[in-house]
Design a protein. Structure first.
Length: 113
């Protein structure tokens, strides 16, 4: 769903890279090209998005990380911040909210995992 929303935005070109699990997300980010923004689902197969972010930050990743999740409690938002996340998008995601987050962290030109 997020991929289709991003690709439907014709105002900018986006390269979208997907990972099927928390472990795969870590490998993709570590071995891939530099990313401008990382969107991580909190509930991914394998390790959680929170744990994936924590591991990436431990390896020195400075790229902004935005968590995407259906969880909306303040404790979940705080857990994301403690894991090293920069922001949080709650599902269902409005197209305008996604555009706003992308613009906020990238100035509008991004590559994503």
């Amino acid at each position: 769903m997020i991929r289709s929303m991003i690709e439907a935005d014709r105002s900018a070109k986006y390269d979208v890279v997907e990972a099927a699990s928390g472990e795969n997300a870590i490998l993709t980010v570590e071995k891939g090209p530099p990313f401008d923004l990382i969107l991580l689902d909190v509930e991914m197969p394998g390790i959680s998005g929170f744990d994936a972010c924590r591991k990436l930050r431990e390896h020195g990743l400075k790229t902004p990380v935005v968590f995407v999740t259906g969880r909306g409690d303040l404790k979940d938002f705080n857990a994301g911040r403690e894991a090293g996340g920069d922001s949080y998008l709650k599902k269902p995601i409005a197209r305008a909210a996604l555009r706003s987050i992308i613009s906020l962290f990238t100035g509008g030109s991004v590559s994503r995992a």
